[in-house]
Design a binder for this molecule. Structure first.
Ligand code: 5GP
Length: 142
């Protein structure tokens, strides 16, 4: 965590304007200022953890509980057919604000968007052995 307050802390602290739609002791949610769709909401821990693996378990649980609670409320507010929920976890994944945030993006039939599978570049052509090795490495890490 850096010492300078992130843009999201400044919104939470009321130092810059933000359309806050949800707040608990540990979590806040507000509309994205440059929405991908009406109702595009960011759900954040109040503490400025940069990446998902830095979140303490209880805060991670609070963030996910907020996402679960808010998703149907957001869909209802903008009459969406569905939502895409995702995290850009690190700059290489497109994270611009170094403060964990879950994007809740309302989706509409025929909105021209794609599934979350569209975020990566070309798909790798992995052999069974490579897949087995990757799975084993993930399982063994901890
Ligand atoms: P990232 O690329 O880090 O996953 O997404 C950052 C998001 O924060 C972007 O969707 C962007 O529109 C949003 N954002 C950036 N600055 C502000 C701001 O000052 N206020 C609000 N509400 N959202 C912001």
């Amino acid at each position: 965590m850096s010492d300078d307050p992130t843009i999201f802390e400044q919104i939470i602290d009321g130092d810059i304007p933000g359309r806050i739609v949800y707040e608990t002791e540990t979590v806040a949610a507000f509309l994205d200022a440059n929405p991908l769709a009406p109702g595009h909401t960011l759900v954040v821990p109040k503490e400025p953890y940069e990446r998902l693996d830095e979140l303490p378990d209880d805060v991670a649980a609070d963030v996910w509980a907020a996402v679960q609670e808010l998703t149907p409320r957001i869909e209802g507010a903008v009459d969406a057919d569905a939502t895409t929920v995702g995290v850009n976890n690190g700059p290489a994944a497109g994270q611009e604000v170094p403060h964990v945030h879950v994007h809740v993006v309302p989706r509409f039939e025929g909105d021209g968007g794609g599934p979350i599978h569209a975020v990566a570049g070309s798909r790798p052509n992995l052999s069974d052995a490579e897949m087995d090795e990757i799975a084993a490495d993930i399982e063994a890490s901890d």
